[in-house]
Design a protein around this ligand. Structure first.
Ligand code: NAP
Ligand code: G3P
Length: 484
């Protein structure tokens, strides 16, 4: 056992450089969605402990400010190396804690190591500018504004269950390179994985107080942390429901919100259907559809729909389903409630006339990949984010109607357009109300230095290495007034 947890697998929080258990003695038991087995216990922090963590975070600011940027970057390089060395160990935890298949678990850890390195590089390249007063009417070259980016203070990073390592690191690393201190509140289911990331960062040389953690149920402790007067920025990824709530209560604390999605794949009549089908199957069903960027609906016309359905069905039937340790693609959902919701969406669609092509089978929280054709706009699955392996097909008369239905969604994360005609692709892409349009590819976040954002109910603000650093820093101007 390391200092991270004891022999009973009780994990502490990293507070001011030490792993400590809550004085309240309150813990939360984490079991595996894969087989119900015990994984460990995490702390349910008290309000007093939150106050303490925030106090240390404030003290950590001046300490961290004293560390030169190239040394900050070196700590991230060290952490990347440690993550890579610990890939198998951390991937095993991901597989059990969030039932992520082995390949995706390994890839999450490696992608995070790459993210840390890229962020270190980007942080080292941050430069200020000098602006001369003479550029503005009536201005003078005796006035020079020296502008550089400075930290916001203490960043509260709140991550979701589906990428506990990567979506924690994608907040922590840019915040640190921007000179902030960070408090991580990971998803309860996923917290143990996230604490392993934090341990790697600590072992890499981060001083105490610069990165700390607070575990506990968001519904119990979340509002208290979010509304704390000494939190200077909230970087949240999670559901639209919680994101909306945070934006209501956060008052004047700036927020970055990456929320839910209902990404549509528009398949045009001239598309390479075989390619589109296999690409969409991957996009819709990897990690059982529990990705904000999963393809969550197909919109196409009757002319190609039958052929596309056949190809999709063939692809879906080849997907392996089962235990994450067995190298399968579709694994049990994070909890029973999620599986109940998936089942409800399928039943609702079928009752209202959707054609079930494949799937609609469930064993506990394992939901088999399901394809529904002839889905209509009165069905819940046409609009709701399933966060499960369900793919609905909506048939339309033309692409004008496809764009209208795509845009009718409350969400606006990403969309795909499959066509061989780049002119058509561009015209449609311009009309889609989303953060990113993928031409001839499934919806997806990476590569992680690209801007990643959602509009409407999908979010506020932009992630991506340099965008995240910008979001968590502000310009500071010092104006020199020459007098001679
Ligand atoms: P969630 O239920 O909204 O939880 C996200 C995080 O918020 C967790 O750490 C949760 O803690 C915490 N939380 C809950 N209530 C809170 C409160 N009142 N104050 C502060 N924190 C609170 O989301 P999830 O189920 O983990 O993740 C799935 C959702 O995330 C999906 O909707 C998905 O689309 C979205 N997502 C979006 C992106 C994106 O980049 N756009 C990426 C990944 C996921 P507890 O776990 O303790 O409740
Ligand atoms: O849902 C998590 C989001 O960040 C998606 O990432 O790489 O699965 O598209 P990715």
């Amino acid at each position: 056992m390391s200092e991270l947890c004891n022999e009973k697998h009780t994990y502490g929080n990293l507070i001011n450089g030490r792993w400590v258990e809550s004085a309240s003695g309150n813990v939360i038991t984490i079991t595996s969605p894969a087989d119900g087995s015990f994984i460990g216990e995490i702390q349910a922090v008290s309000r007093e402990e939150v106050d303490e963590v925030i106090r240390y975070s404030k003290e950590g600011l001046s300490l961290w400010a004293g560390v030169p940027i190239f040394e900050k970057a070196q700590i991230l390089y060290n952490a990347a190396e440690l993550l890579e060395e610990r890939t198998e160990e951390i991937a095993d935890i991901l597989m059990m804690e969030i039932a992520k298949d082995r390949k995706s678990s390994v890839s999450e850890v490696k992608r995070t190591a790459d993210f840390l390195r890229f962020t270190a590089d980007a942080g080292k390249s941050l430069e200020g500018i000098a602006v001369s007063g003479e550029n503005f009417p009536g201005g003078s070259r005796n006035k020079i504004s020296y502008v550089r980016r400075v930290p916001l203070g203490t960043v509260l990073a709140i991550s979701p269950f589906n990428y506990p390592i990567n979506l924690s690191a994608s907040k922590i690393a840019p915040a640190l390179m921007g000179g902030n201190t960070v408090i991580l509140k990971p998803a309860t289911q996923g917290a143990i994985s996230a604490l392993h990331l934090v341990k790697a960062l600590q072992d890499a040389g981060l001083p105490g107080g610069v990165l700390q953690t607070v575990t506990g149920k968001g519904s119990e402790i979340g509002d208290y942390i979010v509304t704390h007067e000494n939190i200077n920025f909230i970087n949240f990824t999670g559901s639209t429901e919680v994101g909306r709530h945070l934006s209501k209560i956060s008052c004047m604390t700036p927020l970055l919100l990456e929320l839910g999605g209902k990404d549509a794949a528009l398949v045009l009549e001239d598309a390479d259907l075989k390619y589109a089908a296999s690409n969409i199957v991957e996009g819709a069903f990897s990690y059982s559809g529990q990705r904000c960027t999963a393809v969550k609906r197909i919109i196409t016309t009757d002319k190609v729909a039958d052929q596309l359905v056949d190809m999709l069905k063939t692809g879906i039937e080849k997907l392996s389903v089962g235990d994450p340790r067995d190298n399968v693609v579709v694994t049990p959902l994070i909890d029973q409630k999620s599986a109940d919701f998936a089942e409800f969406l399928i039943q609702d669609a079928v009752a209202k006339g959707a054609e079930l092509i494949v799937g609609n089978k469930r064993e506990g929280n394992l939901v088999y990949p399901t394809l529904l054709d002839k889905v209509t706009v009165d069905m819940e699955i046409a609009w709701k984010e399933p966060f499960s392996p369900i793919l609905p097909i909506i048939r339309v008369k033309d692409m004008e109607e496809a764009v209208e239905i795509a845009n009718r969604s409350e969400y606006g994360l990403q969309s795909s357009v499959f066509t061989k005609d780049i002119n058509k692709a561009f015209r449609i892409a311009e009309k889609l109300e989303v953060g990113t349009v993928q031409i001839n590819n499934k919806t997806e976040r990476g590569p992680d230095h690209f801007p990643f954002l959602g509009v409407k109910a999908s979010g506020m603000g932009t992630q991506g290495v340099k965008y995240s650093i910008e979001a968590m820093t502000r310009p500071k101007a010092i104006t020199i007034n020459l007098t001679e």
